[in-house]
Write a new protein. Structure first.
Lengths: 395, 477
């Protein structure tokens, strides 16, 4: 039976870890519990929910910085920012539709997973906006790194190390982000009927222009429809109007660009960022491939020669979402080989517990990197108490 | 000066110098190994010139394989290694020690690949920052981080220190603009971290290596993100009667949802020094100057600047001067970018590099003035206003040992002040030896021990740049 503990503050969380150390009992760390389907199953008898560590601890709009306890709902952060005309610059995804989960996604999990949506193309990843963390390591110590200022090179950057470590290097207790202004206007241009290869070319041309794409995605043909290539431009109205026209001119060789109504576009970008476009049917495995953008279409084409997959492209091709059935290894070997050929890697972001136990969820690592990572893990959590095995066996 | 301690050179290493040099000579051709005292002396310091130590030997390998061979040798022999780019560190990050081998990447200066469609360039570590932009500018691209030393400093050094620059308000610092590196670990193992994709798998080792000051390995190649440049860029000069008003204008611009590509602040002494040198037409009758640069097409820049000018007027701006030509733009930036060099013409100086929450600006400027006056010295302030990164230049006379010591003390007091108000010891120059002994002011013992354990995962024997970053006491993790 799994026991759930809800420490009321950082000190209690640290005490919990020290107690676990006494018993050699591993802990699974959880925020809102909306992403239980991601990662290798963690074999821990105790789940530590950071949900009670809740609240914005710092918000200085003029300094473009916000800090919050790890269990603060993402929605609360976004609402506070919206009130001052600001937002997180990396469009953090909400994965409830992907996993069919309930609960409230938390800001700590966004940081721990380095979770970024479509705007990552222009605004950088979550890890680029994360400027400070506090966490409890496997020794039950409270550690801080970074801070509240956006330029800081004091000491080793443990902030980056925590972003994307999925809690295996400690339980985050507080995170601080730099933020950006909300755009006055958003415009989404659309090209219809492009092949995947043409779409990659069109997106490359757009992103290589001076017009600052904050989104570049391609949704291949779905039942009865035409493929759609989406390009998003944001900013002040005068600037967006100018750039949208200039971009349409630039993309003439690819056809006539239309413009999506704003509400439809917002929904679509939300669906893409959240991974909802491929969420149904629910029994399929979902992969996320990070590749050299220009190699995306050929990577998917080579996978299709071996396996039936549905694909969607984001980040101008730099991110590929794939859905495929769970048979055999859910395509792990074929998909990882294609990703490596495209100079990237693949992560199994959704799969049954059985699949996640038998197939590597995160990209297998070359021996010297794996050895380095094990030594780093030991430096944070020598007894392997916190989220053991969530990313890789023994990590 | 001399308040900063170096570890005592290890006598057993000094005693083996001859055999160690012979060992290096078996790994490198003669033109890649510097052993004579005269030539080694050229590597005795970096841009933190108050401290000097002549290294035992200087290796200038040409390839990753040669770096690997030299590192493996030094590791096996237990000899400290000091990595070096162009030696422009203002924090003493590349200052050697007598029992160390300097490994310089200056001979590794080729641009290996440029891929516009995928927006990256792959370069060797010794390529200069500006050379990357120069190589891609004909196609309208650029590499974003632009430290003032960009003409000389190398990308390897930039990654080591996570360098910033004037334009990082919009484009971020080095860590936000690097996609991958080839890193040689202390035992000579070569690993590839990241690459041509936007995200790398596993722990963010790339983020960890950025700004690690040569303590985790030696970077031999980097894949950097290149960006398509905006259609145009235009700086505007704003002169304010007080620093407070300039600071309020910056806050109001950000509150209006405008993020200019750069917002640079100079106080009156800095204005006078820079104007005397660059003849940029800076106003002399104001207490504070802002250089604000916007980007885009001409109509976009006109509209954005109109908004910024209106905000500046609401905050009592005295002088507004828009650049009307490329020459004027260059002159405006020349003044700011030569601030350090121009200061060096009138006095010796040490350049500080703390970051503060921007809301604390008026208080911090007042306190800096008090601190420096208390030590009987003068100060000029230049400052990245958008992100709170301060560069007080403390002026002193190098031939007066008393003044030099006072300057160092004043600098330390200023950095402690930065930490006190919620900022940090260094925004973009790095810790090096300069701020090493102040680390206790920013981090407690637990924080530092955590960093040391991460360091130990890479270099348990303290071979790599050992006298830097971490206070010499309390190192046993």
């Amino acid at each position: 039976m799994i026991v759930v503990r809800r420490p009321r503050d950082e000190e209690e969380l640290a005490a919990l870890v020290r107690e676990a150390s006494g018993h050699g009992a591993p802990l699974a760390i959880e925020g809102g519990g909306t992403r239980r389907g991601l990662g290798r199953p963690v074999n821990a008898g105790i789940t530590v929910s950071v949900g009670a560590l809740n609240g914005i601890t710092l918000y200085e709009p003029a300094e473009m910085v916000i800090g919050a306890l790890a269990g603060t709902p993402l929605a609360e952060i976004e609402a506070a920012l919206a009130e001052k005309g600001q937002m997180l610059g990396f469009e953090p995804p909400d994965h409830r539709r992907l996993y069919g989960s309930t609960g409230a996604p938390t800001i700590g999990a966004v940081a721990a997973g380095n979770l970024s949506g479509s705007r990552r193309l222009w605004g950088g990843a979550c890890r680029d906006s994360l400027i400070g963390v506090r966490f409890v390591n496997g020794l039950g110590e409270i550690v801080k790194s970074g801070g509240r200022v956006m330029k800081n090179v004091t000491g080793l950057d443990l902030v980056k190390l925590q972003a994307g470590a999925w809690g295996t290097l400690g339980a985050l207790t507080e995170v601080t982000f730099k933020v950006v202004p909300r755009p006055e206007v958003t415009r989404t241009l659309v090209l219809e009927g492009l092949s995947e290869a043409q779409a990659i070319e069109a997106m490359s041309a757009a992103v290589g222009s001076p017009f600052e794409m904050t989104g570049a995605a391609h949704l291949p043909v779905s039942a009865g429809g035409m493929s759609r290539t989406l390009l998003r431009i944001e900013g002040f109205a005068f600037s967006v109007t100018y750039r949208a026209e200039a971009l349409a001119g630039l993309l003439k060789p690819f056809g006539v660009t239309g413009s999506l109504p704003e509400t439809e576009a917002d929904t679509l970008w939300r669906d893409i960022s959240d991974g909802a476009v491929l969420a149904e049917p629910r029994d399929r495995a979902i992969w996320r491939l990070s590749v050299k953008p220009g190699a995306a279409a050929s990577a998917v084409a080579s996978i299709r020669t071996r396996r039936e997959v549905a694909a969607a492209y984001d980040w101008a091709g730099g991110l590929i979402w794939l859905a495929t059935d769970e048979s055999d290894d859910a395509g792990a070997e074929v998909i990882r080989k294609a990703a490596r050929q495209a100079r990237g890697h693949a992560t199994l972001v959704r799969g049954s517990e059985g699949l996640r136990a038998r197939v590597a969820v995160f990209e297998p690592e070359p021996a010297p990197i794996a050895a380095l990572n094990r030594r780093i893990k030991a430096g944070f959590d020598p007894e392997g108490l916190i989220n053991p095995g969530k990313m890789h066996a023994g990590l | 000066m001399g308040a900063i301690a170096f570890p005592t050179p290890q006598a057993d290493i000094l005693a083996r110098r001859e055999s160690l040099v012979a060992g290096l000579a078996r790994l490198l051709p003669a033109e890649c190994l510097i052993t004579s005292e005269d030539e080694r002396r050229a590597y005795e310091t970096d841009a933190f010139t108050a401290y000097r130590r002549v290294p035992m030997a200087v290796a200038l390998p040409r390839t990753t394989a040669e770096v690997s061979a030299v590192l493996a040798f030094c590791h096996a022999e237990g000899v400290p290694v000091v990595p070096r780019g162009a030696g422009t560190s203002l924090a003493g990050g590349a200052i050697p020690q007598e029992d160390a081998v300097v490994i310089g990447v200056s001979k590794m200066n080729r641009i290996l690949e440029i891929d516009y469609a995928n927006r990256f360039a792959r370069v060797e570590a010794g390529v200069t920052n500006l050379a990357i932009t120069s190589a891609v500018s004909a196609e309208g691209f650029f590499y974003a981080p632009d430290p003032s030393s960009q003409l000389a400093c190398t990308i390897g050094g930039n990654i080591g220190m996570n360098s910033g620059g004037a334009h990082c308000l919009k484009y971020g610092v080095t860590t936000n603009n690097i996609l991958g590196v080839t890193l040689v670990l202390v035992d000579g193992t070569v690993v590839e971290i990241g690459g041509e994709a936007m995200d790398a798998p596993g722990y963010d080792l790339l983020g960890l290596v950025c700004g690690s000051e040569g303590q985790l390995g030696i970077i031999t190649e980097a894949t950097v993100r290149i960006l398509r440049a905006a259609e145009g860029a235009r700086p505007v000069l704003f002169g304010f009667p007080t620093s407070e008003q300039a600071g309020q204008a910056v806050a109001a611009i950000i509150a209006a949802g405008i993020v200019p590509v750069a917002m640079e602040f100079m106080d009156k002494p800095a204005i006078e020094i820079c104007e005397a040198f660059a003849k940029a037409g800076y106003p002399m009758d104001v207490e504070a100057l802002l250089i604000i640069e916007v980007e885009g097409s001409d109509p976009e820049m006109d509209a954005t600047l109109a908004r910024i000018v209106a905000i500046a007027r609401e905050h009592g701006v005295k002088t507004v001067r828009e650049s009307k030509s490329a020459m004027e733009t260059a002159a405006i930036w020349k003044g700011r970018k030569s601030a350090f060099g121009a200061t060096g013409r009138i006095a010796d100086y040490i350049c500080m590099d703390g970051t503060i929450p921007t809301g604390q600006l008026p208080y911090v400027l007042r306190r800096i003035d008090e601190i420096v006056k208390h030590h009987g010295l003068r100060v000029a302030n230049v400052f990245h206003a958008g992100d709170g990164n301060l560069h007080p230049l403390i002026l002193y006379n190098v031939n007066d040992p008393g003044e030099a010591e006072k300057a160092e003390e004043a600098g330390n007091d200023i950095l402690k002040l930065c930490v006190e108000v919620g900022g940090c010891l260094t925004g973009e120059h790095g810790v090096g030896i300069e701020k090493r002994d102040l680390m206790h002011h920013q981090f407690n013992r637990v924080d530092l021990q955590q960093q040391l354990r991460v360091r130990a995962a890479f270099d348990a024997q303290w071979i790599l740049n050992p006298a830097k970053v971490f206070p010499l006491d309390g190192r046993a993790a």
